[in-house]
Design a protein around this ligand. Structure first.
Ligand code: AQP
Length: 335
């Protein structure tokens, strides 16, 4: 039996942080041997908010090195740059024409990010979930591993696929309807400065996130300054103590411990005792990734060849789906 297909990606908007790693990449690495995987660098998504043309390409390359350094295995996973596979933009247009506007206006992420951009909010930000639907549906993905924050967008992808099938695939479904794959642990890593907000690349405060490439010094400083509370004894799942829950979760996952172990270890601790432990655990967990990352960044030819091959494999799959959709929608095939 052939393996089920998995697809996921991350925007190339900036440096990856622990939320992206624990909510996404680490899970991809853990499951990859059981699936046929496509992981991409969402550079077309990265321009849905104002971006710096001088850093976009470099951010994309850095992210490729991070995926590989984190353990993505090219024997079972294809990695590629979204803009290198033109079918993504093309299918997004076709899907735009079957997607009702009010489906997009309901998206929480749009509402949150639109507020930050005021009157200048771009059409691309509203349309982001349709491009995401195209990303997923092009590969006939069975499963999409994402963090909790992307769940609504994935529901929309399913709705769009069902609508296309309903309107144009009465005899035979045109698109495969994918399932989300959300791992409970690490699904929502919170900001270090506000335990009620998710850790995010676009948070203006660098102190709010630990980036995967942060130096040991930076990690130490950020954990030292992170928000805590005056209560002694550290516990999970207290709704009054979101920061405490978040920091214990980081300690648990990065230290490869169970929740029960961490709860027992930390129940009588104060922050003064806990913070150095979390700092050491974080530095130790990130060190091998950082080491490998620097090696890869010094081997540009290798990275280029991986991305070239990835784009070619991804295009072969994506173009087939695109042709299937265009046929179903009734386009005159190229002559
Ligand atoms: N805080 C988080 N906890 C768990 N998972 C997270 N992800 C992002 N933040 C967290 C997961 O990372 C993957 C890639 O996300 P993305 O960069 O494409 O978009 P995002 O979700 O909007 O991530 P950011 O960091 O918040 O980026 P900006 O600030 O640029 O929007 C997804 O699987 C996501 O669930």
């Amino acid at each position: 039996m052939s393996k089920k297909r998995v697809l996921s990606g991350i925007q190339t908007t900036g440096n990856l942080h622990l939320g992206n790693y624990l909510g996404a990449i680490r899970n991809w690495v853990d499951i990859q041997q059981d699936y046929d995987n496509f992981f991409f660098f969402a550079d077309l998504h990265a321009i849905t908010v104002p971006h710096d043309a001088k850093t976009l390409a470099e951010n994309t390359l850095k992210m490729a090195a991070v995926y590989l350094a984190s353990g993505i295995d090219l024997n079972c996973s294809t990695i590629f740059v979204q803009s290198h596979v033109s079918a993504h933009s093309e299918l997004a247009w076709l899907l735009n024409c079957v997607t009702p506007l009010n489906w997009l206006e309901r998206m929480i992420q749009f509402k949150e990010k639109a507020v930050k951009q005021g009157e200048n909010v771009g059409v691309g930000l509203l349309d982001y979930p349709v491009l995401m639907a195209a990303d997923i549906l092009l590969y006939d993905a069975d499963r999409v591993p994402v963090g909790e924050d992307q769940k609504q967008h994935l529901e929309l992808t399913r709705d769009i696929a069902a609508r296309v099938n309903d309107q144009f695939g009465k005899q035979k479904p045109v698109l495969k309807v994918p399932e989300p794959m959300i791992r409970e642990e690490g699904a929502r890593i919170m900001s270090l400065t506000d335990g009620s907000k998710k850790m995010s690349k676009s948070d203006p405060s660098e102190l709010s996130r630990i980036e995967l490439l942060d130096s040991a010094e930076a990690i130490k400083r950020k954990i030292k300054k992170c928000k805590t509370d005056p209560i002694k004894g550290l516990t999970f799942d207290d709704p009054e103590r979101p920061e405490c829950n978040n920091l214990l979760t980081l300690y648990q996952i990065l230290g490869n411990k169970t929740k029960v172990e961490v709860a027992a270890e930390c129940q009588d601790m104060g922050w003064g005792q806990f913070k150095p432990l979390l700092t050491a655990t974080t530095i130790e967990a990130l060190q091998p990734i950082q080491h490998k990352y620097h090696e890869l960044m010094n081997n540009r030819d290798y990275l280029d060849s991986v991305l070239r091959e990835g784009a070619s494999k991804a295009s072969a799959v994506a173009n087939q789906t695109l042709t299937r959709v265009k046929d179903a929608l009734g386009f005159l095939p190229p002559l």
